[in-house]
Design a protein around this ligand. Structure first.
Ligand SMILES: Nc1nc2c(ncn2[C@@H]2O[C@H](COP(=O)(O)OP(=O)(O)OP(=O)(O)O)[C@@H](O)[C@H]2O)c(=O)[nH]1
Ligand SMILES: [Mg+2]
Length: 378
């Protein structure tokens, strides 16, 4: 495969290097050749357009590799061309990154004009309602035993207590452990295949495992050349028949891509359950489009429970201004959060830090920016 490749220092003092390659094989070879055995891949992204369809027309991967040991630094090759150093890739949005760096809730920044001003009556509840906070979440919060205290606090403190309350409830949910057999299930177009590609790229480049993919048709056509080409590019074998699969191990987990299941056809869901039982697939991830109406999402969860679903993946998170409608699903569905997807890029826009992602989209930006005093004057 002939490929235009460049190897450049991503940031002169960071020991990070950027490669643009056409396949995982080429990335592995170049990293080893140019950076040595100590280099590790820190991120991989699709270059040129978004979505699987654009990816297959000209598959290119941008790989950022980092040198971890001082010995290998000494052998560093100089950038091969005269192009200026590149900035590191945007791994996450600045807000998400800021929140991810603020694991301690005490540090959640609340840039209010007057953060110490007290709220009265149900001021906080009205304010949240006005800024589009999900009603069902709001009534859940109002049923918390400490709500009577929260509503007496200043806006900054009230938001902090709500964040703590949500986080505590998230963490107290029992987690279903992941296994080596994972299927992505959901309604048509919910983002299953795109999510699968993101998970696969993460497995290959970051976890250094060798995943396999089984594509099940199950009577419903699941034509998808793009998945086949994506698998080829990142060096993953795609199987179409379960009985041809080699042994599944910790190093060679199995991922299953399925056709979309319509909420109107319960039969499709039960057939899929039989197929997954037959293949011994234990981890069953329901992929939902987070931009859908909450009632539709609730129905998807209820329907998927008949299929023995264990985990929840949320796509189209980038399209949400506020993710509060997703909290009741996350807290009450009994499904373990799996990941959040933030865009069409098939190798990026993916986070396993669901709690941080949710917190970063719980309170609208305007609520931070707005002083409570101006709200009171309305
Ligand atoms: N904005 C945005 N678009 C996404 C995201 N995930 C997937 N998409 C887009 O949603 C569309 C459907 O994605 P697919 O991954 O093909 O969905 P699917 O569930 O596999 O679809 P079927 O196999 O046809 O049921 C594509 O155009 C994707 O690029 C996301 O997180 N954000
Ligand atoms: Mg698909």
């Amino acid at each position: 495969m002939s490929t235009e490749t460049n190897l450049q220092e991503a940031k002169p003092d960071s020991k990070k290097y950027r490669l643009v390659v056409k396949s995982a094989e080429e990335a592995v070879r170049l990293i080893k050749e140019k950076l040595g055995d100590h280099a590790k891949v820190v991120s991989v992204r699709q270059v040129g357009g978004e979505g699987l369809k654009r990816f297959i027309s000209s598959p290119k991967l941008e790989v950022i590799a980092e040198l971890s040991s001082p010995q290998s630094e000494a052998q560093l090759p100089l950038p091969e061309d005269n192009q200026p150093p590149l900035s590191p890739p945007e791994l996450t949005s600045p807000l998400t990154e800021a929140k991810e760096n603020h694991a301690e809730l005490e540090n959640v920044p609340l840039p209010l004009e007057n953060p110490t001003e007290d709220l009265s009556d149900d001021g906080i509840s009205d304010l949240l309602h006005k800024t589009g906070f999900d009603e069902s979440l709001l009534s859940q919060i109002k049923s918390w035993t400490n709500w009577s205290e929260i509503k007496e606090l200043s806006l900054a403190d009230a938001l902090k207590q709500i964040t703590i309350g949500l986080s505590d409830r998230y963490k107290s949910n029992t987690e279903v452990p992941l296994t080596n057999t994972v299927a992505l299930i959901g309604t048509p177009g919910s983002g299953k295949t795109t999510t699968l590609c993101k998970v696969l790229a993460n497995e290959v480049f970051i976890n250094k495992r060798v995943p396999m993919v089984l594509k099940i048709e199950n009577g419903v056509p699941n034509p998808d050349d793009s998945l086949r080409i994506f698998c080829e590019v990142i060096g993953v074998t795609l199987f179409r028949e379960a009985n041809k699969l080699p042994e599944i191990t910790d190093q060679t987990p199995l991922y299953v891509d399925l056709p979309g299941l319509s909420l109107g056809s319960v039969e499709d869901w039960s057939q899929t359950k039989d197929a997954l039982d037959h293949c011994g697939v234990q981890t069953r991830v329901l992929v939902i489009n987070g931009a859908y109406d909450a009632r539709v999402l609730h129905r998807s969860v209820q329907t998927a429970k008949h299929l023995g679903v264990t985990h929840l993946a949320i796509t189209h998170f980038d399209e949400l201004a506020n993710a509060t409608k997703l909290w009741p699903l996350i807290l009450n569905s009994g499904l373990t959060p799996f990941c959040v997807c933030n865009g069409q890029n098939v190798t990026g826009d993916f986070s396993k830090g669901v709690l941080n992602q949710m917190i970063s989209k719980t309170f609208p930006e305007e609520i931070y920016a707005k002083g409570f005093s101006s709200y009171q004057k309305r």
